[in-house]
Design a protein around this ligand. Sequence first.
Ligand code: ADP
Ligand code: MG
Ligand code: MG
Length: 251
Amino acid sequence: MLEIKNLHVKLEDEGKQILKGVDLVVPAGEVHAIMGPNGSGKSTLSYVLSGRDGYEVTEGDATLDGESLLDMEPEARAAAGLFLAFQYPVEIPGVGNLTFLRTALNAQRKARGEEELSSAEFLKIVREKAKTLKIDGEMLKRPVNVGFSGGEKKRNEVLQMAMLEPRMCILDETDSGLDVDAMRLVADGVNALRSPERSFLVITHYQRLLDHIKPDVVHIMSAGRIIKTGGPELALEVEQNGYGDLLAEAN
Ligand code: ADP
Ligand code: MG
Ligand code: MG
C-alpha cells in the first residue's frame, strides 16, 4: 500500500533539510502511528505526502500501490485514495458544507473516470453518514467550518473522510492538544472506518490518542528519520519514559 523509501526533503526557500531518509511501509488494513518529539519532521512528512507546496524532495520516493505520489498533483493523490485529515479544517465562508462535500466527492469521482453523483444520490449518502456521526442537518448547511466548535470541526473532518472513502488516511493530530471529547470523536471515526482495504497513518505527539486508536505498529521519528519501530507497547514506553532513552539508543 503506502511505501516510503529513503525520503529526503528540504524546505524550498531556506534549503533546510527536514527529512533525512525516512523509510516506512504501511500495508493494507493496518494502522500505523508515528510519534516523536516536536520538530522531528512528522508534519512535514504528512505535508509532503499530500503535495503541499514549499517542500523539495531531494532523494527517495513515496508510492501508493506502487505508483509514485510525488509526481501527482494533490487532486490526483486524492483520486488515488489518499486522504489527509486537517487538509480541510479551513473555514470557507460562503460555501455550504454540503456543496463543499459534493464538490470534493465529485472531483474525486471525475479524476477516477467515474460518473458524478446526482443530487439525490449524494444527499442519500451524506445523510446516512452524517447520522452515524451525529451531525445534524443544520451543520451540513452552514458554511464550511465557519463558527464550528472544535468538536464540530472534528466531526466534520471525520465526515469528509467517511464520504471520500480513502484507502490511505493520514491524520496529523499536531501538538496543539485535542481535548478528550474531540480525541474520542476522531478515534471513533477512525475505528468505524477500519477495514482490510484501508490503512491509517496516525501522527501524534502524545500517547493518549493511541489509547483509543489501537495501532498495529508504532514508529518513533526523530530528527527527520524513523529511529525505532515496534508494537503498541512502544507507545506505552514513550508515555512512561519519554523519548530520552530511545533517542540515546539511536545515537
Ligand atoms: P513535527 O511535526 O514533528 O513537530 P515539523 O515537521 O512541524 O515537525 O517540523 C520539522 C522541522 O522543520 C522543525 O524544525 C520546523 O521548525 C521546520 N519547519 C517545517 N516547516 C517549516 C517551514 N515551512 N518553514 C520553516 N521551518 C519549517
Ligand atoms: Mg510540531
Ligand atoms: Mg507536527
